[in-house]
Ligand binder design. Structure first.
Ligand code: PHE
Length: 451
């Protein structure tokens, strides 16, 4: 084996797992998952979601890690170096960059909201308000122009600072501090929600008791989109992080840990939210506003709710930050390695471009409310297009690349760390990679488009 250069990447397996789990765990788990589940019938959605995570999610994460670690490159560089004779695959890398811009643009809007809600809850401005007043507060905030843009830019800047500090001193160090804090706060919130007395049974039933009559084609597509979005797969985030994983780390175990953490956080978020929602007679299917409108009401009705509101929004902010870090790193790694920009310059310029596109998403709640396509605002379109279409399409082409256009021996070599470890499940993985995943993806993408 060639000499191993670990200086460009993560310093330990724990560091890699926490950083990548940080990228995966985010608003997708705590903001998007509960409202998706609420709108798609509860328990049955959860079951389909977990099924997709295990059968397609984990193998696809391994696929991205293999592409990244084999090439030791960013998304674009990876395909360039693994497929020197077929330059066309670079398009898949560029596709990942475009996806990262689009996701970061709308994601940073909601990430910015969390900062506003941290300020509101810390200064007791949510406390004691009537439900109508809380709804009005959310609406007048999101519909205005200045503050949402301000908080969005603040969040982007915070992310840019971490990325400028580098992979080890920025991404890895911050994840090692924030991820344990996140778990601690989440468990604290679970205890609070489960000890409210009323609502617990109803909430847990809603979350865990599957009612398959509520499941249709579009909710299955939504569950797939959710699993892709939540695991950050199909667009190159895990290719980039994969290039930082040490050559001696086991990619299968690493992927399992990350997917496990990610699903656990989503389920815990459900345990925090639904018992409380039912305890105070709120609507679990209220949509994207669930955590910003429904929860502040819930906090107002519970003992020590003011404190738990602060805890919750800090938790949400932390989860969002470790994810925006992974989004910006995709772009910055590309700019540094392919365009030879300085890391700091790349952080600033990429952040500026994202802010330009992201501002449109922010304003689509207010001044640009009527700029719609198929009845969807710019924000909704970015969300839907990336999670339900672009990420599954990106994933499909990744499986075609690694399963059909890249030598099997090389795939086996990377997964077995150059033959050092026994990759016992290799044949099973390779079967999923070549047949199961592409066929399932194709089927779901086509049925989604027809729908
Ligand atoms: N997985 C992140 C979340 O759940 C979102 C994300 C998607 C981050 C794609 C990076 C890349 O919030």
């Amino acid at each position: 084996m060639a000499t191993i250069d670990n200086s460009r990447g993560f310093t330990s397996n724990v560091g890699a797992i926490l950083a990548a789990a940080g990228g995966a765990v985010g608003l997708g788990n705590i903001w998007r998952f509960p409202y998706m589940l609420g709108q798609n019938g509860g328990g049955a959605f959860l079951l389909v979601y977990v099924f997709f995570v295990l059968t397609i999610g984990v193998p696809l994460m391994m696929t991205e890690f293999i592409i990244g670690r084999r090439s030791q490159k960013n998304v674009v560089g990876a395909y360039k170096s693994l497929s020197p004779n077929h330059k066309g695959w670079i398009v898949l890398g560029v596709f990942g960059i475009v996806c990262a811009f689009l996701i970061y643009a709308f994601y940073s809007v909601v990430a910015g909201w969390t900062l506003n809600y941290i300020v509101l809850s810390c200064s007791s401005q949510l406390a004691g308000k009537e439900p109508e007043a809380i709804t009005l507060l959310f609406q007048s905030f999101t519909e205005s122009s200045f503050w949402p843009l301000f908080y969005q830019l603040l969040f982007l800047t915070l992310t840019g600072v971490v990325i400028t500090m580098g992979v080890q001193k920025g991404i890895e160090k911050v994840s090692k501090i924030l991820m344990p804090v996140l778990f601690f706060l989440l468990i604290l919130m679970c205890v609070r929600s489960l000890t409210l007395g009323e609502g617990t049974k109803e909430g847990l039933n809603f979350l865990f008791k599957p009612d398959f009559s509520k499941l249709d084609g579009s909710s299955i597509l939504a569950a797939l989109g959710q699993s892709f979005f939540s695991l950050s797969i199909g667009m190159g985030a895990m290719v980039t992080y994969g290039s930082y994983i040490r050559k001696e780390d086991k990619l299968f175990n690493t992927s399992l840990w990350i997917a496990g953490c990610d699903s656990l956080v989503a389920i815990l978020a459900g345990i925090v939210i639904f018992p409380a929602v039912f305890a105070f007679g709120m609507d679990p299917a209220s949509g994207p506003e669930l955590v910003y409108i429904v929860l502040p009401n819930v906090f107002n009705s519970m003992p020590a709710g003011g404190l738990f509101a602060v805890v919750f929004f800090v938790l949400l902010g932390i989860a969002a930050l470790t994810s925006t870090i992974s989004l910006l790193e995709i772009l910055v790694a590309f700019a540094v390695e392919e365009l030879h920009w300085k890391r700091s310059t790349a952080s600033i310029l990429c952040t500026a471009i994202v802010f330009l596109i992201g501002a449109l998403c922010t304003l689509s709640f207010g001044p640009l409310k009527d700029a719609t396509l198929f009845g969807k605002t710019i924000f909704d379109l970015f969300d839907l297009i990336t999670a339900s279409y672009l990420m599954p399409i990106g994933a499909l082409f990744m499986t075609i690349f690694l399963g059909w256009c890249y030598p099997k021996v090389e795939v086996r070599d990377e997964l077995s760390n150059g033959g050092v470890i026994k990759a016992r499940a290799f044949e099973l993985y390779y079967f999923v990679l070549r047949y199961l995943a592409p066929i399932a993806l194709l089927f779901i993408i086509v049925s989604g488009i027809i729908n």
